[in-house]
Every structure is written in structure tokens, then in C-alpha cells.
Design a protein around this ligand. Sequence first.
Ligand code: SME
Length: 164
Amino acid sequence: MSETLHVPEGASRAEIYAALLPQIEAVMAGVDDLIANLANVAAILKEAFGFHWVGFYRATAPDMLTLGPFQGPLACVTIPFGKGVCGAAASGRQTVIVPDVDAFPGHIACSALSKSEIVVPLVAGGETKLVLDIDSDRTDDFSQIDRAWLERIVDLIAVQHFPR
Ligand code: SME
């Protein structure tokens, strides 16, 4: 696998995701280490889209998320299930899209530049194992297109690291 990411120029966001998916599969192929794979997925999404913050929180204790590999500014280390956008996605076991973080009750503001957010949980055996969190510095930056493709990316991680 080449270590240069190919991101099609002038492409739509959906076309970029479509180009990234096989590259993510190739990067993760044969890599057993979860942290290494999360680090590369965060790097790929950050490089391809330039989002303000891209990273993972892992469920490390019952009902607690702990910061994992990420790209972007310093972030808070622990988030209880049910708190903030990450905690809402973790406890609800469903993707949460927040078009305007200032309008989301309980949003945890790690960075004042974050305006909208999407959080995709990885659920295996009925439990949230980790979440993918992406913050944008633009309001209303995430749609069902992001949800669909990011859920596919999280599913690649699930298949490899949390097989049923
Ligand atoms: N805003 C998140 C906290 C994590 S940071 O965005 C990196 C939340 O409300 O859960």
C-alpha cells in the first residue's frame, strides 16, 4: 500500500468518501492493532476533508469514553455516556448529527471553533465500543451523506476488530 493518500480534486464529498473507502481498507489490511488503525483513519479523514477535529473516543470503563487517536486541537480526555454529543451517540448507540453545537443541550465545547458535529458509534454485541467524532468549523456541515459513508468506515473497523 502506498502511503500517499489519493483525494480526487474538485470531487463532491460523496465521491471523495467513495475514493477513500478502498484506501482505508488497504491501510487497515493485515493490521491487528486497533490504535494504529484508528490513528490512520483519523489522519485520512483529516487530510481528505480538512475538518477541524477528527478522532475517536473509546469505551474504556462502564459508561465512560476516553480520548483515543485524533487529529486536531487538544481535546477533553473523558466523557461519560449520556454527556455531550459523543456521550449521546454512545448511550443511544446511534449516529448523532448536530447542525449547530450551540443549540445542543450539554454540548462539550473542546474548541470554540467547532460549529457542527457528527458522532458515529461502533456498536458490537449490543454495546458501544468506541465513537468516531468529527467537528467542523462550519455550521450545518454534516448530512445524511456523511452519516452513510462514515457508518461504512466505522463498520470496516467493527468487522476487523470486533467480529461478531
Ligand atoms: N464536542 C464533543 C466533545 C469532544 S470534542 O468535540 C473533541 C461532545 O459534545 O461530545
